[in-house]
Design a protein around this ligand. Sequence first.
Ligand SMILES: [Zn+2]
Length: 158
Amino acid sequence: MLGKHAGKRLIQWLLFGTAVFFSLLPDADAVPGIWFGDFAAYHNNLSHSIAASLFAAIVGAWLVRAVFGAPYVRCLVFVLLCCVTHILMDYLTVGRGVMLFWPVTSTRFQAPIKLFFGLDWSQGWRATVHFYTGANEMALIGIGWLVYRSTSKGRSAS
Ligand SMILES: [Zn+2]
């Protein structure tokens, strides 16, 4: 049997993995895009909508509740935040925008100001343009890390 500390660590890693899974779930539509060789036809469409996120949250929350035993509404909010954060980030990414209000409308929406350079899939895996994507994301992670460091000073000592 796991000790109390090891059990807590396992739960934290399981929760982190669950957050990663549901944060990446909207991009599961890339699988048929790769499978059928038409990325644009399948990727970043209806799965990047509030309605699809709500559906994923309603279904996914049962799974999260079964694993972690937390109240259903808390699990629903957790899954919804994971999915919606993904869509928000794609909304702020250079590209064709997201179908935010599908199925009401298939119109794509995008932010007037972009934070993310994004990954141009059509360039292939070895294109030098991906360097800018990596540099952009590393810069944003660096800014996030600096904000975290400046706001959490002294907390670990208590
Ligand atoms: Zn996406």
